[in-house]
Design a protein around this ligand. Structure first.
Ligand code: SF4
Length: 318
């Protein structure tokens, strides 16, 4: 949960999650839809899928016990080399290196390693250095915690507190006055923009939602139906019984994802007075009153909450 997300944001989600799934067995047995409900709003949904798949793999392949080596841990879904190293170091005292963002910064500065740390060549040098620095197995847990904390609290991105740093005597970046230049900043790349024509089909107090496939953006979440063009959206709205006049466009908005920018163009379509009992495939009608707890991605939830507020205000005014 803490990957890319701040502690304060994670806390309530973590609390609810751990109460519902207190151990690896309960999580492995849970349907993915239930897991997604608890994750809804936290973003980066691949983490929830990976966590669930990981729990299942631990139960199915390891009899419900976590593997004890870095190599075996790294073969589980969602656990990369650095996370596997951290678990192995903390829980088993294995001499396994970690290389999260904070540790990369400490090593790049201390050893004056230049170049984009995300590039494979530089990452290779950093891994090599991280491995060389490891202490004995008895000191692995303390060392791993210390280097993580050093990066998080002393060797910070902006204005590192070099005067208080326990390794300042041997730090090459400090000695050469290059703490501001290292690690080498990543070249900025503009995110590509993708248009998303989003249909808010209303039938009375229900809205049509569609469960996304298990892969891709917002995998497994309930979403408003999305179309590549306005014409395709209109065709779908007509198939639901909406007339041309009942299609209303809302102000466009943008939503940034890790790798692209979504340019969302929302349209409201008023369809039948009562929702059809069932829709095809992954589509389903959901009461507007229950969307607070539905596993929706943040921009779709925001659209529906705004709409619900507008409908409620109009009802009061009528
Ligand atoms: S001396 Fe400064 S730049 Fe070097 S590791 Fe310590 S805090 Fe980071």
């Amino acid at each position: 949960m803490l990957q890319q997300t701040q502690v304060a944001t994670v806390l309530p989600y973590f609390q609810r999650f751990i109460e519902r799934y207190p151990d690896v067995h309960s999580l492995a047995l849970a349907p993915i839809e239930d897991v997604m409900v608890l994750w809804a709003g936290l973003g980066y949904y691949a983490r929830a899928h990976n966590l669930h798949a990981c729990a299942r793999a631990i139960v199915e392949r390891h009899g419900g016990r976590f593997p004890r080596t870095c190599e075996a841990l790294a073969s589980l879904p969602g656990i990369g080399r650095s996370t596997a190293g951290a678990i192995a170091a903390f829980c088993c005292g294995e001499r396994a290196a970690i290389l999260d963002g904070n540790v990369k910064r400490v090593l790049a500065r201390h050893w004056a390693i230049e170049g984009d740390p995300a590039s494979s060549g530089v990452a290779g040098m950093l891994w090599e250095r991280a491995q060389c620095e490891l202490p004995s197995a008895q000191r692995m847990a303390a060392y791993t915690q210390a280097i993580m904390d050093l990066g998080a609290t002393v060797c910070t991105r902006a204005r590192p507190a070099c005067g208080h740093c326990p390794v300042n005597a041997s730090c090459q970046a400090r000695r050469t006055g290059r703490t501001g230049e290292l690690p080498t900043p990543r070249a900025r790349r503009e995110r590509p923009v993708r248009s998303a024509h989003v249909l808010i089909a209303l039938a009375g107090q229900a809205v049509l939602l569609q469960q996304r496939e298990a892969k891709g953006i917002w995998a497994g979440l309930l979403c408003l139906p999305e179309f590549a063009s306005r014409a395709a959206l209109q065709r779908r709205a007509r198939s639901l019984g909406a007339t041309g006049q009942s299609l209303l466009s809302l102000p466009p908005r943008r939503h940034a994802l890790t790798h692209l920018m979504l340019a969302i163009e929302p349209y409201v379509a008023l369809t039948e007075a009562a929702p059809p009992a069932a829709e095809s495939g992954a589509a389903r009608w959901v009461a507007l009153g229950t969307i607070d707890h539905a596993p929706l991605p943040a921009p779709h939830r925001a659209l529906l909450l705004e709409l619900r507020k507008t409908i409620a205000a109009a009802a009061v005014g009528a």
